[in-house]
Write a protein that binds this ligand. Sequence first.
Ligand code: INS
Ligand code: FE2
Length: 358
Amino acid sequence: MAPSVTEPKFVHADGAALEAISDAVDNVNKLKGLLAAAAESKRKKLLHGDEVKVLMDDDNRLKEEEKHSLEVHDITLDDNEVPFDAESKFDCGKDKTLFRQYAMATEQVKGFYKEQHEKHTVAYNLAARKRFSDPSRVRMEMGIWEAMEKLNTLIDESDPDTTLTQIQHLLQSAEAIRRDGKPRWMQVTGLVHDLGKLMLFFEGQLCSSQWDVVGDTFPVGCAWQETNIFHEYFASNPDTNDKVYSTRQGMYKPKCGINNLMMSWGHDEFLYLVLKDQSRLPKEALAMIRFHSFYPWHFGDGYKELMADGDEELLRAVRAFNPYDLYSKRDGVPDVEELKPYYMDLIDEFFPQKILKW
Ligand SMILES: O[C@H]1[C@H](O)[C@@H](O)[C@H](O)[C@@H](O)[C@H]1O
Ligand SMILES: [Fe+2]
């Protein structure tokens, strides 16, 4: 299969930086399981010491992924279950125009997006991924409920629709999915989908601050499409003047596939990487987690030309999840202790190893 991220044509970086970035691009592609024969043989010629070790670790990870895919739940329907992609009902009386009103957003929300859009470059993204997959990184070990409890003080600075803490938002989403009779795997997806915000507790190690953890996501390495909110703030991003990254197609091949985009580093991507081989969630759930903040795609209809044949299925899953994430934000405040026993059962079912490496 061809690699999704083509070797970027760096025209203005110095030699050492070029080499470092190019190695990191290779690793990202490798992590995604996309091996191009040409890139592969070139890489083999270049490998020495540590680099070999990194690649071997990646190979082991890929083997783990294959093993995991056999264990993952396939989607089957229980008797009284509603299909995961049936239209949402819990939100039918709600005025949807009250949500995502960025024109009326606070200075905090605007300031957040200004910082995020100015700072998020390809080089930054690669460095963040490298830090995440560094084999010497000491990974925190924690169960799902404990992780949720850690978020009981976290308020998302990018979100114009809620001032509740993140544990409350997670329970609101899960409860809305449960109320609509959707499958248990989708309920647990609602419960965990924002746990990637835990990255904020590794500030300096995995992220800088809220700007590279929360907020809507977008692919880097290609033109910023207009379906991004506060699109104008990208004007001061250094990649806006890059010869390759500023083009519509950017560093990607036509129809390269949504799974093969280098998405902005944030809570979606982090949680996806953590859960993909540490859960029994079906692939639809992993898609919901990985792309739920990619509003310029699933909500704004942008980036269509980068979709591969078959990506409609991915979009359907992400769109099926979206109302439960967005329109549950004005529901009542959930009683955490009362709901805990129900959700602990779900957690045990989908995270049988109990303790996860973050
Ligand atoms: O998925 C959501 C969404 O993208 C919101 O717009 C953003 O403010 C939140 O941080 C994120 O969790
Ligand atoms: Fe989110």
